[in-house]
Design a protein around this ligand. Structure first.
Ligand code: KG4
Ligand code: ZN
Length: 394
């Protein structure tokens, strides 16, 4: 199945073109294009992501990226746009005037279209103004090329990003690579800027949420602590870098492990962030680099302990055969190695799956993988009613 996928849920505009082939239960994927355009430099100025700024950037960046994607794809077939298609697209993009004009100038006038089977697009969760850009574009292309549009849950994308072998040096283009098949039941620890969730699954596409954060997400806590330490946005990688520089012979604070022993699978990170704030307030002089390193280390250690403890409890309960850790924070090596150590020590038959290092953040390739699974399980599409749903849940 040949797929174009589009992701615009937050501050990355991303598209992928790939083909997934299934033979006797095993699947391969061939990648033709994968573009990720980060808006981080724009949002850095504000210390966070503003939905309407993200929307404007997606509108600017999506057609140039689409043109690159089409240029990288070798299979095109003749097509003619009818007046009725043009009118439907104009209607569809009534609120995306710039997108319509770019599309009309650069895509609709072509006499060829890519030979694709489906378009997969993130329709939530995320920032609604940003999500709508991707959804509208996917719908317009679906009309233009007369192919189905599949709405994809962004978190399902993060989970299925782990189907690609994380040990590959790079994900190659124009070459078939195997996709993993998951052993069920699975347990997914989803850790990103907007989510911290433990989700179990006994079959593809069916999820049961065991627990979630009651306040801040882990990535959000990293970002807020980074701000307290005067580090740039996004703070996760910065805090983690400082933590790695901590010299163990120097003193460091001890922070609480919120809800670590609570009788459920929920998390809470806002108290931990407040504990960091109160600790910083005890200094009567500006923080030195060593102070910041100690704070970053102690914070990361507290987060890691809570994540490992709660995940272990959920593994006990679900007896999962696969532990999936995904989302932006899965780039954190300390958290991953602690989860790996716990898993090997206590659940030797359980396989840990993490995303390839290029797929920990938001990307469209994961949306193609999740859309493929969704569509092959229940192939239906009613794409004109797809809505962007900021709070869509698994
Ligand atoms: O999944 P993602 O790219 O976007 C959302 O859907 O939220 O996750 C972004 C989050 C940010 O909060 C960022 O600070 C965090 O992931 N992050 C990290 C690391 N790399 C990214 N947090 C901790 N350690 C890291 N190495
Ligand atoms: Zn994400």
């Amino acid at each position: 199945m040949k797929i174009l996928s589009i992701e615009t849920s937050c501050d990355e505009t991303s598209m992928a073109v790939c083909e997934i082939v299934e033979n006797n239960e095993s699947k391969t994927m061939e990648l033709f294009y994968h573009g990720v355009h980060s808006q981080i430099n724009i949002h850095k100025e504000f210390g966070g992501v503003f939905p309407n700024v993200a929307r404007r950037e997606h509108q600017e960046n999506s057609i140039p990226m689409l043109l690159q994607a089409l240029a990288s794809y070798p299979h095109h077939i003749p097509c003619q746009v009818t007046d009725s298609q043009q009118a439907r697209i104009r209607d569809m993009l009534a609120r995306e005037e710039r997108l319509f004009l770019h599309l009309e100038d650069h895509v609709m006038r072509r006499a060829m279209r890519p030979d694709l089977d489906i378009i997969c697009v993130t329709n939530g969760p995320g920032l609604e103004p940003a999500l709508w850009v991707g959804v509208h574009l996917a719908q317009a292309l679906g009309i233009l090329w007369n192919i189905p549009v599949i709405p994809v849950n962004h978190m399902d994308g993060h989970i299925l990003s782990t189907l690609i072998d994380p040990t590959l040096a790079t994900i190659p283009y124009n070459q078939k690579i195997p996709l993993a098949s998951l052993d069920y039941p699975t347990l997914s620890l989803l850790i990103s800027g907007g989510h911290t969730e433990l989700v179990s699954s006994t079959e593809s596409g069916m999820y049961t949420k065991l627990g979630k954060t009651r306040d801040d997400a882990v990535g959000e806590a990293f970002d807020k602590v980074a701000r307290l330490l005067d580090l740039p946005y996004p703070g996760g990688p910065e805090v983690s870098r400082l933590a790695r520089e901590y010299t163990h012979t120097l003193p460091r604070p001890e922070f609480p492990r919120p809800m670590i022993h609570s009788d459920d699978y929920d998390f809470s990170f806002s108290g931990l962030k407040t504990a960091v704030l109160y600790h910083i307030k005890t200094y009567t002089r500006p923080l030195t680099m060593e102070d910041k390193q100690g704070i970053a280390y102690a914070f990361e250690e507290a987060v890691t302990d809570v994540l490992v403890h709660k995940t272990k409890k959920a593994l006990d309960y679900t007896q999962a055969q696969t532990l999936i850790v995904a989302g932006g924070v899965s780039a954190n090596k300390k958290i991953i190695s602690a989860l790996d150590a716990m898993c090997s020590a206590h659940y030797p038959t359980c396989t840990l799956r993490i995303p390839h290092r290029t797929l920990t953040g938001d990307n469209a390739l994961m949306i193609a993988l999740a859309g493929y699974m969704t569509y092959t399980k229940s192939p239906h599409a009613s794409f004109e009613d797809i809505r962007a749903l900021g709070r869509l849940s698994l």
